[in-house]
Design a protein around this ligand. Structure first.
Ligand code: R1P
Ligand code: HPA
Length: 288
């Protein structure tokens, strides 16, 4: 299996001169993060040996290499979800390819519905921790024989969202004047593709979940397993309906619309974070 990741990494290395240290996974409606990369080399997923295909609207299906503020990055314009029918191994395939390419830091973004009372559509939540619901019942990308070349059989997950990067992102948000819609909280992954029932929403709320979506946790588990430093952002695109009296309901078009609305703020925050993070070692530069 290691060979499959290596083959894809070798193909990419022979098709681009970029050697990224940072990888970004763009969530629903957040694909524009890739647009600001300079000196781009872009590949359709369908042209990359071993890569799965994106099937969801708002996920373009392109891997983009380039420079952002002098740092070399690779950006997934479109991710893979379990509900598309991919195995969890396939949904997280690119993360191990990034590791083999020399990536040290993974930035994950997603669109999510909020459960926390003080959260509103348009808020940006720094992910402090996650609840991996599929993982709790054994749907885990690390299931099966462990590949010791990537990491240990029983990896710790108690510190998978890097504290230094979380603090730095909050400082940057204050400096950019967007602290008013920044939050920090717990993301839960559910399987989807249906949105939550009211009873499910109430359950998640009572369990202390701040935002819910259908992705991210498997990618972060695989990244933490192979020693990548992780930073995660959820764009709150809707409130999850928790009341039987509420006549509103969520839809994917609305999710994408909020993505477009906040695209610039997310882009500015991620760009500045990358610009200020120390590459090549694990020390994060403090805000000025
Ligand atoms: O998690 P991302 O890919 O941002 O997408 C989120 O938005 C879609 C639902 O609108 C789901 O796929 C959910 O997971
Ligand atoms: O309300 C939601 N629930 C699950 N996934 C989501 N992705 C965007 N919004 C939501």
């Amino acid at each position: 299996i290691h060979d499959d990741y290596q083959k894809t990494a070798d193909w990419l290395t022979s098709h681009t001169k970029h050697r990224p240290k940072v990888a970004i996974i763009c969530g629903s409606g957040l694909g524009m993060l890739a647009d600001s990369l300079k000196c781009q080399d872009a590949f359709a997923y369908s042209d990359i040996p071993g890569f799965p295909q994106s099937t969801v609207q708002g996920h373009a299906g392109r891997l983009v290499f380039g420079e952002l503020k002098g740092k070399t990055c690779v950006c997934m314009q479109g991710r893979f979800h379990m509900y598309e029918g991919h195995s969890l191994c396939k949904t997280t395939f690119p993360v191990r390819v990034f590791k083999l390419l020399g990536v040290e830091t993974l930035i994950v973004t997603n669109a999510a519905g909020s459960l926390a009372d003080g959260f509103h559509p348009g808020d940006i939540m720094i992910i402090k921790d996650h609840v991996n619901f599929p993982g709790l019942v054994g749907l885990n990308p690390l299931s099966g024989p462990n590949d010791d070349k990537f990491g240990p059989r029983f990896p710790a997950m108690s510190d998978c969202y890097d504290k230094g990067l979380r603090c730095l992102a909050m400082d940057i948000a204050k400096q950019q004047g967007v602290a008013g819609f920044m939050q920090e909280g717990v993301y839960a992954m559910v399987g989807g593709p249906n949105f939550e029932t009211i009873a499910e929403a109430r359950l998640l709320h009572r369990l202390g979940v701040d935002a819910v979506g259908m992705s991210t946790a498997p990618e972060v588990v695989v990244a933490a397993h192979c020693g990548l430093r992780v930073f995660g952002l959820s764009l709150i695109t809707n409130k999850v309906v928790k009341s039987y009296e509420d006549s509103e309901s969520v839809n994917h078009e609305g999710v994408l619309e909020v993505g477009r609305l906040r695209s610039q703020a997310v882009q500015q925050l991620v760009t500045e974070l990358i610009s200020r993070m120390e590459i090549n070692n694990n020390i994060v530069k403090n805000a000025d």
